[in-house]
Structure formats: C-alpha cells, structure tokens
Design a protein around this ligand. Structure first.
Ligand code: NIG
Ligand code: FE
Length: 423
C-alpha cells in the first residue's frame, strides 16, 4: 500500500544487475572475486546515503522516490576509486611518448632532462589559478569516466612553496568539485635540479623534506598521506625510510612507489613501515609478496603503466591474489608514464595482464581502492549506510566491465546522492 512506502530522495531502477563487492575491509584471495549480484536490481538513496538495495519489485513496496532514475537495462556499480593519480600538472609530454615509441626508455628520457623535471618546470611556471583550472577540467573527465574518488598526489613542485601550492590547489578542487580528492604529499618524487650536483646535494634535499617540508605539510592538514618514489635513480631505501619515518611520526599515512623499474626490496620496506599501500610492484620479490601480506599493505596495481612505458615486466597480479593479498587498481594518471584517466581501460587490462575476472577487477577498483585510502567504511560498495556514489553503466552485465574496452559506458553518475552526470 502506498501509505506504507517511505519517501526517499532517489530511486534508481530498471537495471539488469546491481553488481557490488560487500564490506568495509579490503577483500583478498578468493574473496576478491565474490560480488553480490542482484538481477533486476534497484537502489534507494536518501540524505546522500544508500538506504536500500534489492530487487526492484521488493524495493518499490517499501520506498517511493522523490526522484527516479531509469538505468535503461544497464548495470549499477559503485563509483570507481582511483587509488593512485598525479593530477596536478601544467603542460603535457607528448614528445616523450613519441621518443619512447621510437625506442627510448623512461630512464633514458629522465636522464636527458625530461621526465618528472619537465613537469616541475610546468608547475613552477603556472599560477595556482591556472593549476586549479587544469585540475578541474581533469576532474570533469574523471567523473565522465565513472571515477568518483581519486587519490591525488603532488610531486611536480619539489620545493616548500611549490609543493604547498599544489596541496592548496588539491584542497580547492576538492571543495568545489563533485569528485572527492584524497591528498598525498609526494615531495620525494624526484630530486629537483637545484639539488642534483652531488650525493651531498641530494642528501640536503632529503634533509629539507624531513626537517622543513614534511613538518609544514603535516601542520597544514592539507595531506593525508606521504609518498616516495623509491627507485635506483631517485630515493634509495635509507632515504625513503627516513622520509616516511618522519611523516609517520607526524601523523601522515604512508604510500610508496616501489619495485617499479628495478627490484630494490621496496615492498619489504612498505611492509616494515606499515604503509597503507605499496604501488606498482612490477619487480616485487616472493619475500616482498609475503611481507606485504603479513603487514596487511594494499598493493596498488597500475596495469597500463608498463604497457605505456614499453616495459616487458608486469606486476604479478595473480600471484598476489593467490598469496591472499587484496589488490587495488589505479590509472597512475600523470603526464609522463600513463596519460589516461580511464578506470574502464584499467579494468580490461587487469584482466589481460593479470588474469583478473570482471568481479575481481571491480572489487579492486572500488572497495579495495577505497580501503587503501582508509575510506572502506564510507565508499567502495553499494550497501545501506554507505555514501551513494553510484554508476549507471550502459553494459548488459558486469562481465562486460572487462570484456569491452575503448567505449565509455558511463550513462549517469550519482555522487553523494546527487545525480551529477546524465539522468
Ligand atoms: O607513477 N613513478 C613515479 N611517478 C610516475 C611518473 C611520473 C612522471 O613521469 O611524471 C609514475 O609512474
Ligand atoms: Fe605514480
């Protein structure tokens, strides 16, 4: 009877399936592929939260929507959470891409003065307003591609003033835009040119990070995480330990770029430090896999990056899952090593490179990514009590998430209960 129905802000129905992982903690091993599938599913949303998930016929008996959204026979899934992006930059690096496809390596280009330092020039030459305008445009594109939350790193400023400028730009964008940004300070992305003449110089930049930049960032409240690019040509294990030790003391969570281009034992260090995430991992060792598992660190995998860099070595995605770990997926969106914002492509390539099923890929791109950002209680699945971050996708079933690529299937996006795209 109509009078028994409770009125809610929004009902989304007409879906072939609601497909979602369940829970508030990262799902690993066999649980990575356990999705909840509701055929002819519908969602009730109120006050920005999901209040009910079920078959449309059942749900309608209990709820009436002030607004209705028709999924048109598509599927409903949680908004994608991109757990690793570098979205604050000015200018692009298409000439480096051309050099790479002609045979140059990422490290050769970086060694010749390209790479991260060319983006540092761009950021230093841009005003906060220009960076914000560029970031907002990128956030529109994330949203159009179904990403409702991103982890957003600095790392192209590399000085106290320029890194703070980037953190302020991230905060400003987060305040304005529907996409949520989780800020990460990546002052240890590379050594700026002014600290590169000698080992002593590089050590002075580490001192600057530890003594000045990290305390200022922690005091500002503008970053939730601190990250380091730990690699043979940038920050070594001892420098990383020192930088992240200080960050941790000052209350920042830890993320690391590790074992991406060379096998340094970075995963073991991420485990030792109790990091929230260890990212890339193309060269992770068996001991590294075990250490991450024991420490409960989320491996963040970026399957498009080696492809984009022309690198043969892949992260051992399947081995990580077999060892019981709970991977997240990410684009690594940045102007150098992966210029894409599409989690849809990441899902397909996680299938092609790691052998992930569509269910595993979806869990990794939503719940596990959210958990790597300590947001598993709020987002990452379609369950009562979680924020209503919902995608309506023009796909006939969740297996098409990996099966089809190259077309954006996003029909509508609901963010915190508001229909922000389509509808
Ligand atoms: O994640 N690894 C370090 N940082 C980026 C590359 C950034 C750049 O080239 O600008 C990455 O691959
Ligand atoms: Fe990165």
């Amino acid at each position: 009877m109509a009078s028994d129905q409770r009125e809610v802000d929004l009902i989304i129905s007409g879906a072939a399936e609601v497909a979602t992982p369940r829970g508030e903690t990262a799902r690993g091993g066999a649980a990575l592929g356990e999705l909840d599938i509701t055929e002819d599913g519908a969602l009730a949303v109120d006050g920005g939260l999901i209040v009910a998930v079920g078959r449309a016929s059942d749900l309608r008996r209990a709820w009436r929507g002030r607004r209705e959204l028709d999924a048109g026979g598509g599927i409903l899934v949680p908004g994608f959470v991109d757990a690793h992006t570098h979205p604050v930059f000015a200018g692009t690096r298409e000439e480096e891409f051309e050099m790479r496809v002609a045979g140059a390596s990422y490290l050769e280009i970086a060694g010749a003065g390209g790479g991260i330092v060319s983006s540092v020039k761009g950021v230093r030459g841009a005003s906060a307003e220009e960076l914000l305008a560029a970031l907002l445009l990128r956030l529109d594109r994330f949203l159009a591609l179904g990403t409702t939350t991103i982890e957003a790193k600095t790392g192209y400023g590399l000085s106290p003033k320029e890194e703070m400028k980037c953190l302020e730009v991230i905060a400003a964008a987060d305040a304005i835009h529907a996409v949520d940004l989780v800020p990460t300070f990546l002052g240890a992305h590379d050594f700026p040119l002014e600290y590169r003449d000698s080992d002593a110089d590089r050590q002075r930049y580490v001192d600057l990070l530890v003594e000045e930049m990290i305390p200022a960032v922690a005091a500002s409240g503008l970053a939730r995480y601190c990250d380091v690019f730990t690699e043979a040509h940038v920050f070594n294990l001892d420098q990383t330990r020192r930088i992240l030790g200080r960050a941790s003391e000052l209350g920042l969570g830890l993320r690391l770029h590790v074992d991406q281009l060379t096998p340094l034992g970075g995963a073991e260090l991420a485990a030792e430090l109790g990091a929230a995430s260890a990212d890339h991992l193309e060269y992770i060792s068996d001991q590294g896999i075990q250490a991450l598992g024991e420490a409960g660190v989320v491996p963040v995998l970026c399957p498009l990056v080696p492809l984009y860099l022309g690198q043969d070595k892949e992260a051992p995605g399947r081995a990580l899952v077999k060892a019981g770990l709970a991977p997240a997926l990410a684009t690594d969106f940045n102007p150098g090593s992966c210029y894409t914002q599409s989690m849809g492509e990441v899902l397909t390539f996680s299938a092609l490179r790691f052998g992930f099923s569509a269910a595993e890929a979806l869990t990794a791109a939503t719940l596990n990514a959210a958990c790597s950002l300590d947001l598993g209680q709020r987002i990452g699945s379609l369950e009562p009590g979680k924020a209503a971050d919902i995608l309506v996708l023009d796909l006939p079933g969740h297996r098409h998430l990996t099966y089809e690529f190259g077309r954006n299937p996003v029909r509508s996006v609901v963010k915190a209960g508001a229909v922000v795209l389509g509808g």
